[in-house]
Design a protein around this ligand. Structure first.
Ligand code: FES
Length: 218
C-alpha cells in the first residue's frame, strides 16, 4: 500500500451515484474487493471506498453522496487533487469455477472491476428505486436487476455456484443463509484502514474482527 496525492480527472453522474475518476499515480489497483482511503477536502476522516473500475492510468470510485464527506468527494472537479491510501484489506478470492456476482445498492461499487477480472460472469443486483438501478445498467450491463420490494436474493437460482457478494448487512446475511460458502464483502466505519484505530471492529459468527485487516471480504 502507498499514500499518494492523486489528480482528479473528472466525475460522472451514474444514476443517483457519482463516479470519481483519479489519476492512478504509483498506486496499484489491487484485488477486487480491496479498498482505498480517500481524503475528502476539508474533512478530518478519510472514507473507505472499494475500487469500481481500473481503466489504464486511472482509478475510479463509485460514491453515494449521503453525508458531508461523500458529498465533498462527489463535488471534486477535474484538476483538483486528493490523498489516497491503498490498496488495503483482503479482496475476493478469484480462483472460482462458476462465479455469480450479487450486490445490493452501493454494494455494486466493486462489481465492475470484479466482473472485468472474472470475464463478465452473470450478476444479480438489487436497488431500492429505478433511479438507483441505472448504476447497474451503465456499469454492469449483464446484471439481472431487482427493484424494491423485490429482493436480490429472490433472483438467486437453485444452484448459484460460487457467489461473490457485496451490500448491506441484512442482504449479506440472507445470501449467507442461502449460500454458506459465499464470499461476502462487509461494510463498517473505518478511520485508519490499516488496523490502528479499532473503529471497524464487527462481530461476525461470535468473533470480533477488524474488518480493515481481516476483511472486508470474509
Ligand atoms: Fe482502523 Fe480498522 S479502520 S482498525
Amino acid at each position: 500500500m502507498r499514500r499518494e496525492l492523486l489528480g482528479v480527472t473528472g466525475t460522472e453522474p451514474i444514476g443517483t451515484y457519482t463516479l470519481l475518476r483519479l489519476e492512478r499515480g504509483g498506486l496499484e489497483p489491487g484485488v477486487p474487493g480491496q479498498f482505498f482511503m480517500l481524503e475528502a477536502p476539508g474533512r478530518l476522516l478519510p472514507r473507505p471506498m472499494s475500487l469500481c473500475q481500473a481503466p489504464p492510468g486511472e482509478l475510479a470510485f463509485l460514491i453515494d453522496p449521503i453525508g458531508p464527506g461523500t458529498r465533498a468527494l462527489c463535488a471534486l472537479e477535474a484538476g483538483a487533487a486528493i490523498h489516497v491510501l491503498g490498496p488495503l484489506g483482503n479482496g475476493y478470492d478469484l480462483s472460482v469455477q462458476r462465479p455469480l456476482l450479487v450486490a445490493g445498492g452501493i454494494g455494486i461499487a466493486p462489481m465492475p472491476y470484479l466482473s472485468e477480472r472474472l470475464g463478465s460472469p452473470p450478476a444479480l443486483v438489487g436497488f431500492r428505486t429505478e433511479a438507483h438501478a441505472d448504476a447497474a445498467r451503465l456499469l454492469l450491463p449483464q446484471a439481472e436487476i431487482a427493484v424494491d420490494p423485490q429482493l436480490v436474493t429472490h433472483l438467486l437460482p437453485e444452484d448459484p455456484g460460487d457467489v461473490l457478494a457485496c451490500g448491506p448487512e441484512p442482504m449479506l446475511e440472507a445470501v449467507r443463509d442461502r449460500v454458506p460458502t459465499a464470499q461476502l464483502a462487509w461494510e463498517a466505519p473505518m478511520a485508519c484502514g490499516y488496523g490502528a484505530c479499532f473503529g471497524c471492529v464487527v462481530e461476525i459468527d461470535e468473533r470480533y474482527t477488524r474488518l480493515c485487516i481481516e476483511g472486508p471480504v470474509l
